[in-house]
Design a protein around this ligand. Structure first.
Ligand code: F0G
Length: 458
């Protein structure tokens, strides 16, 4: 490994700064761990230059047009749904060598069937699973991986529940860097694992959970010059931020009432919240959506942190859920996420395994589909509607974070009716039979097929 690692990273010339969310210390350059050297808290990227008269704030009106125009440009940088918004991203020393797979540019779909079943007049999903590697991680990875390369790193690394590793491995390969993946053995879906392998990552399945992988990685990063690409890396959040800008553009800058996001390590909710807050500060929008975060009942540290500790200290849990992407008990970005909830007047909710499975099937039945972790948004929305926190006539956007094909095993088991076999949820899961469409094995005859169609026509 050592022969391919670089010497000390070069200093960057940025118009942005690192700001510690704990003690407020400012710095130009982050440490290997992306934590504040003074207090150990997380860093965020801020843009002091925005406030100057010749900065972005004095030039707002052409900005929306410029971003839109770039969609028709042939420049690779403009074709990226992330770098299209580069005025609100940290400046790369050399913007021509960005590592991009044309990420972003993801659709907002109307979900009529889900709306009807949930009791909403209308409902929309922004499908971040339509990114190049099938998850929202690509939007952050293009930024952070580009910085890694420009700082001279040869190796990048992450601990992951699967999607970060798939994304990182792809961007590292495109940027001619080596990648190291730490994943919990037997706890990530095959689709995601196969991506990391295909893109050439050195993949270590550790005999622990995601939180254990993070611990090991933190030590690795201290002992060798690998660039950390977990979401404590604030460049990732800057890229992920652009999904909110793109969403606003797709809604013609009309601010939705609610944005509902799954919560795992809590970086994505933090990133989207940061985007809306920045857009409001810049005057690009005049109000904020309420951002709400949904967790699985078995992986609910944020819910417990708010309900049991008033948001003051993190309540860690031993995480367990079939939505493996969000099987996280010790989320790094919990303070950032709480700040977003407070600033946008959002809320948290938790949903059961059966509720997740039902919601996933409903999103699939609208011809869209998503992975289990994304479906917590719809399951959570149903609860928020019942509580009166969301009203039927409001504009709600579900952030669908991962593609259906990330976890085909879950989908197959669901439709075959054995997802919950032998589990504590078996009885509750009987209610799912209406949604199940298991494959039918038949004799190879037209009669048999037609009889089957007739049966399903009634
Ligand atoms: N949805 C999907 C599909 C994910 O892969 C993740 C996180 C989340 C939601 C939660 O986002 O962590 O920012 O709150 N996956 C990470 C990974 C942890 O390693 O792929 P978060």
């Amino acid at each position: 490994m050592t022969d391919r690692t670089a010497s000390a990273p070069k200093p960057q010339q940025l118009s942005s700064q690192m700001h510690c969310i704990g003690c407020g210390a400012l710095s130009r350059q982050a440490t290997q761990s992306f934590r504040c050297p003074t207090c150990g808290d997380l860093l965020e990227i801020i843009y002091p230059g925005w406030k100057s008269t010749d900065g972005i704030q004095g030039n707002l009106s052409p900005l929306k047009n410029l971003w839109r125009q770039r969609k028709t440009s042939d420049l690779p940088l403009d074709q990226s749904g992330v770098w299209r918004f580069r005025e609100v991203l940290p400046e790369l020393p050399d913007s021509q060598t960005v590592i991009s797979l044309r990420e972003g540019n993801t659709p907002v779909y109307e979900l009529p069937g889900c709306a009807r079943r949930a009791g909403m007049q209308r409902l929309y999903g922004k499908h971040q699973g339509m990114n190049p590697t099938g998850s929202f991680k690509d939007t952050g990875m293009t930024v952070a991986a580009s910085f890694a390369r420009q700082e001279g790193f040869r190796w990048v690394a992450c601990a992951s529940t699967g999607n970060t590793s798939a994304s990182m491995a792809a961007y590292a390969a495109r940027g001619d860097m080596r990648s190291l993946v730490l994943i919990p053995e037997g706890q990530i879906s095959w689709g995601k694992l196969s991506q990391a392998l295909d893109y050439g990552a050195v993949t270590c399945q550790l005999k622990t959970d995601f939180d254990g992988c993070v611990q090991v990685l933190n030590e690795v990063v201290q002992r060798m010059p690998v660039y950390l690409l977990n979401s404590v890396n604030p460049y990732r959040l800057e890229g992920q931020k652009t999904a909110a800008l793109e969403l606003l553009e797709q809604l013609d800058w009309q601010v939705p009432d609610h944005v509902i996001v799954p919560g795992g390590n809590l970086a994505n909710s933090s990133a989207l919240g940061k985007a809306f807050l920045e857009m409001k500060e810049l005057g690009l929008i005049s109000r904020l959506p309420r951002i709400s975060i949904i967790q699985a009942e078995g992986a609910n540290p944020l819910v417990r942190t708010l309900r049991e500790a008033g948001g003051k200290e993190l309540v860690r849990v031993r995480a367990e859920t079939m939505a493996t992407a969000i099987r996280i008990g010790n989320p790094a970005s919990w303070k950032k996420a709480i700040r977003v909830l407070q600033a946008t007047d959002g809320t948290v909710e938790q949903v059961s395994e059966v509720e997740i499975a039902l919601a996933k099937a409903e999103i699939g039945a609208d011809g869209i589909g998503c992975e289990p972790a994304s479906a917590v948004t719809l399951a959570g929305l149903k609860k928020l509607l019942k509580q009166g926190f969301v009203r039927a006539n409001q504009t709600v956007i579900l952030i669908l974070t991962g593609h259906l094909l990330k976890d085909p095993e879950f989908t197959l088991k669901f439709h075959r009716g054995d997802l919950f076999s032998g589990s504590a949820h078996e009885k509750e899961a009987r209610s799912l039979s209406e949604q199940q469409r298991g494959p039918v094995v038949l004799e190879a005859s037209a009669d048999a097929v037609i009889r089957t169609v007739e049966k399903f026509s009634t």
